[in-house]
Design a protein around this ligand. Sequence first.
Ligand code: FE2
Length: 243
Amino acid sequence: MRIIQITDLHIYPKDEMINGVDTRQNFLKVLKTASDIPYNMVVITGDLSFFDADIEVYKWIKEKLEEYKISNYFIIGGNHDKAEKLAEVFDLKAGLTSDELYYFKEPNFIFLDTIKGFCSDEQWQWFEKKIIALKDKNPMIFMHHPPFKSGVPHMDKKYAFKQTDEFVRICGLNPNPLYVFCGHYHNEITLLKSNINMFITPSTYLQIYMFNEDFEVDHRIPAFRIIDIDKKQIKTTVRYVYD
Ligand SMILES: [Fe+2]
């Protein structure tokens, strides 16, 4: 099966450029390119809103997904989103527990909520049960924040995930390799640690220079990830969408 991952859309509320980017056009370019590729499932891993969670932006994204006939798509929130608003617009209320949006899809897909930069105790308990229940499988986890600091000083210092140890402890309860697909860092990074294989996917908005503590744009080429899974292997690649 093939999964398309799209992340960090940061759709600007007004129909104008921001930081030299038309966030809507960038997303649409990615959507067009991705929708021309045969796929089974699309996952959007957070930061749909530019800065503050915006219901009008969510409605616009939903309209575009329908327009491009994107079927079987799944959505989680990032630090610029609100779970309740996402659940309302994208009809995901079944996945809403308190103020977090996390859910499971057979056979092995776990969607976590890291909107606050950490997870509630309730979500960790749910995650632990799922990881143990999948002991004969390779769990595939989608979350906005990379669970590890990843060598981008601007992000590591100010915006890193706050509960790495808990994540690693729970993943260690499963004897198999786990695959984590995330965003948030606006970079393309692969990090392999103990039984966790983590892939950070670049944004559709802009990419951040990875050697600076201060924010600096690396480039403005939008991207998405393709994940191909079969019985014997997982293959993943990032596609950059040029004009
Ligand atoms: Fe983010």
